[in-house]
Design a protein around this ligand. Structure first.
Ligand SMILES: O=C(O)CCC(=O)C(=O)O
Ligand SMILES: [Fe+2]
Length: 263
């Protein structure tokens, strides 16, 4: 994963070959076009807008429903994360029930059919399952960051993955803006024992001269990419009633070859 290895700067459809290529960072992204119908997108967006959103404490306003494991990585006992999973799941279930369809289950079905591997929420021995399927409203964009549990969350079993992807289903988009750019410069921070490196708002030196790839968050589609590569989301001019609404999770390759999901 240390050398830039993309063979082509294009999106690929989902297959066993492209999934393996994404895990080993040989292609920038996979797009599952037409993952949901326009009606399903509208139903999902309406369900999201009817539920209360929480907000991360970062400069760009990012709304979410559910929970993100990396919010627990600093100074929180591990048990706390697993105690909070049922509440986050209840909030997501409420959206899914109103929407009338479940993007997480559909995605799991697609990935398991194509790979033939066990796919499902990651499980922490003795503590329980992870939460997978965070809903986000990121119309103001998201700063440059990387997501890789071996560095972000070394004390959790997801820290044992040897490759990490992220999938997002896009239910609603902005009239303009909202694209995501991925830089082929796999994150390899200097690790200090007992310290978790900063992964958000990364210095741009890390991506200087790196090949980049930009995708559009087209409503109805799922896009999957290797989240160890630094990535950022461009905001768009605000338009009343329009939001960049997505739901997604990470997909990690566990030591036994199964694919574990968490958000
Ligand atoms: O919404 C997107 O396009 C990407 C979100 C993201 O940062 C991730 O999935 O890791
Ligand atoms: Fe990310």
């Amino acid at each position: 994963m240390s050398n830039p290895t993309w063979t082509a700067r294009t999106e690929h459809p989902l297959s066993l070959e492209t999934f393996d290529a994404l895990l080993s960072n040989r292609i920038p992204a996979i797009r599952i076009a037409g993952f949901a119908t326009a009606e399903e997108c509208a139903g999902f967006s309406a369900a999201v807008k009817a539920e209360p959103m929480k907000h991360y404490s970062v400069a760009k306003r990012i709304g979410y429903i559910g929970m993100a494991q990396y919010e627990y990585r600093w100074n929180t006992p591990k048990e706390r994360y697993f105690e909070d999973v049922p509440t986050a799941q209840a909030a997501l279930d409420s959206v899914i029930n109103q929407a009338g369809w479940n993007p997480v289950e559909r995605l799991i079905g697609r990935i398991s059919r194509v790979t033939g591997k066990p796919v499902g929420p990651a499980q922490e021995p003795g503590l329980g399952r992870y939460f997978a399927g965070i809903v986000r409203s990121a119309s103001e964009g998201v700063a440059l960051h990387a997501d890789y549990a071996p560095f972000n969350s070394p004390a959790y079993c997801i820290g044992q993955v040897d490759a990490q992807l992220g999938w997002n289903f896009f239910a609603e988009g902005l009239p303009s803006g909202g694209d995501t750019t991925i830089y082929n410069a796999p994150w390899s921070p200097v690790m200090t024992p007992g310290e978790i490196p900063k992964s958000y708002d990364l210095p741009r030196e890390l991506i200087a001269h790196a090949p980049s790839f930009t995708y559009a968050p087209t409503p109805g589609d799922v896009v999957i990419f290797n989240t160890r590569n630094p990535h950022e989301i461009a905001g768009g001019p605000p338009v009343a009633g329009r939001d960049r609404i997505s739901i997604g999770s990470f997909i990690g390759r566990m030591p036994d070859g199964s694919l574990g999901l968490w958000a």
